[in-house]
Design a protein. Structure first.
Length: 450
């Protein structure tokens, strides 16, 4: 086992291997903004696809939408964001550093001194987290709009549209993945807290009498998603129930799935009982009834909502953190520690599923390896590499989390077999070329992290 993961190690690997880059880096970068590189965008897409399949394809009563980022300003008045979506902010009069008061160390809050330099702090003032902009040629209060701070409201304002067009019946859900924007006072920990991020949210509409039942159901579903679908280590996640001081203004009950990041336990996803707050408020503010008629009983009611709200970009950080391992394999020929850095992605998440190598570039091995890689491309994400020693090629693939490597050698020309190497165990087996796809698919289905 190697040394413990730190954020510096993870950030370094992400840049070196093309997962995440600092935004606008050639101009010195923009704080809190990050670009996803060739491997990062594949990892993010894979996570999103698995979430979407779990939420829509695997449920016959959940449908999807993609609502606009810009919405009518009244949406955010009804939702409470104009009134309540703010954090207490303080500034250091000496070093000018800005802090969220509620996230400062307790000693600094009690003494009102800067935790960085010891200078005097200003009195706390409320800071609204919504980004504002203007629609149209003139910038005035009459055409001010907001970049949405969450994706949930796009679902609530489309409740009647979905109900009428999709013929869904209570209980049913509406799912959405999309960008959200929050003008955070302090951003930190790489891609954990940023001003621009992506959310994966599902709002499940139910009869008010059944809220406790469905709340427990979705807690169970979301736990299984992380441990079984994403392959997150169970001892690295936990539930945290919101206390009375933590509950949002709309919530009856709320639990967070927390992950133990290198910087400590922090929220990954929330499961909330939002009651009928959202639909009732939008009904009040738009002046139109937003409710549901149960055809069989003729009962009309405003549905309660059980929300599952996960950060896509936070899930990327979770998967990266959970997969990272440094293994000490002993000493090399020079007497130095032989450290293997390996990313234990679940195969369904891996940016590259299969890498194909010719043992050497000559004698037709490269052509045969390229042919195999091309044939596998329609079923898996593949990568072809013919440069460097075979051991170094394996290590490069280990570091980006490729679960299967195929090596074509001289025996391959004689008996139509290749070496299939498994990332986690480093086990190597001979497999017929015609059986490769089936063998890899079985490996994905039966995958257990070593």
């Amino acid at each position: 086992m190697g040394s413990e993961l730190t954020m510096d190690k993870l950030v370094s690997l992400c840049k070196r291997r093309g997962f995440v880059f600092q935004s606008s880096e050639i101009y010195g970068g923009l704080s809190s903004a990050w670009d996803y590189g060739p491997l990062g965008v594949e990892l993010k897409k894979n996570i999103q696809n698995i979430w979407w399949k779990e939420m829509t394809q695997m449920h016959d009563n959940i449908v999807g939408i993609d609502a606009a980022i810009l919405m009518h300003p009244r949406v955010w008045e009804a939702s409470g964001h104009v009134e309540n979506f703010s954090d207490p902010m303080v500034d250091c009069k000496k070093c000018k550093t800005r802090f969220r008061e509620d996230q400062m160390p307790e000693e600094a809050r009690n003494t009102k001194v800067c935790p960085d330099c010891g200078g005097e702090l200003t009195e706390p003032r409320q800071f609204n987290l919504m980004f504002s902009t203007h629609m149209g040629p003139v910038a005035d209060d009459g055409n001010m709009v907001f970049l949405r701070p969450e994706t949930a409201q796009g679902i609530f304002v489309n409740f009647k549209n979905v109900l009428q067009s999709s013929r869904v019946k209570i209980p049913f859900g509406i799912a959405q993945v999309g960008k959200a924007f929050r003008n955070e006072i302090t951003t930190k920990n790489f891609i954990f807290r940023t001003c621009e991020f992506e959310q994966m949210e599902m709002q499940f509409f139910i009869h008010p009498d059944e809220d406790d039942k469905w709340f427990e159901y979705w807690k169970e579903q979301r736990w299984a998603y992380y441990t079984e679908k994403l392959g997150i280590q169970p001892d690295k996640i936990q539930w945290h129930q919101h206390g009375p001081d933590e509950l949002a203004h709309y919530a009856k009950d709320a639990y967070d799935v927390e992950y133990e990041f290198p910087f400590g336990w922090s929220e990954l996803e929330g499961v909330h009982n939002r009651t009928d707050f959202d639909l009732s408020r939008h009904s009040e503010y738009c002046g139109k009834p937003i409710n549901y008629l149960e055809e069989e009983t003729k009962e009309r009611f405003t549905p309660y909502v059980i929300e599952t709200s996960a950060g896509l970009t936070r899930t990327v950080l979770t998967v990266l953190s959970d997969a990272y391992e440094e293994q000490n394999l002993g000493t090399d020929a020079k007497g130095k520690d032989d450290i293997r850095t390996v990313m234990h992605f679940h195969p369904n998440l891996a940016p590259i599923m299969v890498a194909v190598f010719p043992l050497v570039k000559k004698d037709g091995l490269a052509e045969l390896a390229k042919k195999i890689e091309t044939e596998l491309r329609s079923d898996f994400t593949t990568f072809y590499d013919q440069s460097g020693a075979i051991g170094r090629r394996y290590r490069r693939m280990d570091e980006i989390g490729t679960p299967y490597c195929i090596t074509v050698d001289y025996d391959s020309k004689e008996d139509d077999t290749v070496t299939l190497r498994y990332r986690d165990s480093m086990e190597q087996v001979r497999v017929k070329v015609e059986d490769l796809a089936a063998t890899i698919r079985k490996g994905i289905k039966d995958y257990k992290r070593v």
